[in-house]
Design a protein. Structure first.
Length: 203
């Protein structure tokens, strides 16, 4: 009887140990699998993040290079315009300013402008000149244009006008200006395209 109890006890013990061992091994296997799954998921997430960072870095690099190229192109364009303006201004401005110091030239220019005004049947015209030139221009027009004052040509002065002259209808409303700065602006605008072609043709 005692042997049977002993045998039963040993059997129960062995079965319990065996069962416990199986359960323990299963738990360990499950834990290992879970750990492997976590590691795999972490690797995938790391790979995804790395890919995202690489794409963002490449995009940032591309945008930066584009901005640098645009800035460089703009700088070159601005430099070309500055050089073009300097060349044009240097070649034109000095000669025009010198010409506008020649009172005989200005008087001839006034005469030509007045004749064009009258030929265009624009009515009576007023010539506005710098204060120190009023009398000289009146005398010149009187000698060059028969009955100038009777033909509706009057001469007046403006102390703010430094050189050149203006034409305006007797009743005002608008005026056409002929100063050195007006001519410089007109000529440089006209010459810019030719200067640009001369400087940069073939690029």
């Amino acid at each position: 009887m005692e042997n049977k109890i002993q045998q039963l006890t040993e059997k129960l013990y062995n079965e319990g140990v065996s069962k416990g061992k199986q359960v323990s091994e299963q738990m360990i296997a499950d834990a290992r699998q879970e750990a492997a799954d976590i590691i795999e998921q972490a690797k995938k997430e790391a790979a995804r993040l790395t890919e995202t960072v690489q794409k963002e870095t490449e995009e940032m690099k591309k945008n930066t290079l584009t901005e640098i190229r645009l800035a460089a192109q703009q700088m070159v364009s601005d430099l070309k315009i500055n050089i073009q303006n300097l060349v044009t201004a240097k070649g034109v401005a000095a000669n025009i300013r010198e010409a506008f110091q020649d009172q005989q030239y200005i008087q001839q220019l006034i005469l030509t402008a007045v004749k064009s005004w009258k030929a265009g049947e624009l009515g009576a015209v007023q010539v506005i000149v710098p204060a120190d030139q009023e009398e000289a221009v009146k005398n010149y027009l009187a000698t060059q244009t028969e009955n100038a004052l009777k033909e509706g040509i009057t001469v007046s002065s403006d102390s703010k006008l430094e050189n050149g002259f203006r034409l305006t209808p007797q009743d005002g409303g608008y005026y056409i200006s002929f100063t050195d700065e007006d001519f410089i602006h007109s000529y440089t605008s006209y010459l810019r395209s030719a200067t640009r072609k001369l400087l940069y043709e073939g690029e």
